[in-house]
Design a protein around this ligand. Structure first.
Ligand code: 5GP
Ligand code: ZN
Length: 113
């Protein structure tokens, strides 16, 4: 999609520090890390947020979580990790392309907000 930052990262028009890529998804380092490990995992297809998901996306989302599990092993996140997806204004979503934050490398005490 034009004017979408993460679509531009998928196309390579905007560079990123990639950690994983396949036909369906891409994982790259967050430009402003909030934890020692902060990776974003995104579908290559433009989907605005979790709010736009429907049955047709079930295999894709399952695949993304399998990739997250593999990445956690590859990145050595032995002490655990958190997966977050902000959807909409109240959640603080700033990029309108579905993404899953994978955060690790420090204790995260806040359970929710
Ligand atoms: P949100 O706030 O929508 O949940 O998450 C968007 C994330 O994208 C933020 O953590 C922000 O640091 C990250 N981000 C914004 N612009 C860029 C960019 O150009 N490159 C990378 N790698 N991350 C970005
Ligand atoms: Zn997009």
């Amino acid at each position: 999609m034009e004017d979408c930052l993460f679509c531009s990262i998928v196309s390579g028009a905007i560079p990123s520090k990639k950690v994983y890529e396949d036909d369906l998804c891409l994982a790259f380092r967050d430009i402003n890390p909030l934890a020692p490990t902060h990776v974003l995992v995104i579908p290559k297809e433009h989907i605005a947020s979790c709010a736009e998901l429907s049955e047709e996306h079930e295999a894709l989302i399952g695949h993304i979580f399998t990739v997250i599990a593999k990445l956690a092993k590859e990145l050595g996140l032995k002490n655990g990790f958190r997966v977050v997806s902000n959807s909409g204004v109240d959640a603080g979503q700033t990029v309108g392309h579905l993404h899953f934050h994978v955060l690790a490398g420090k204790p995260m005490n806040a359970k929710m907000v």
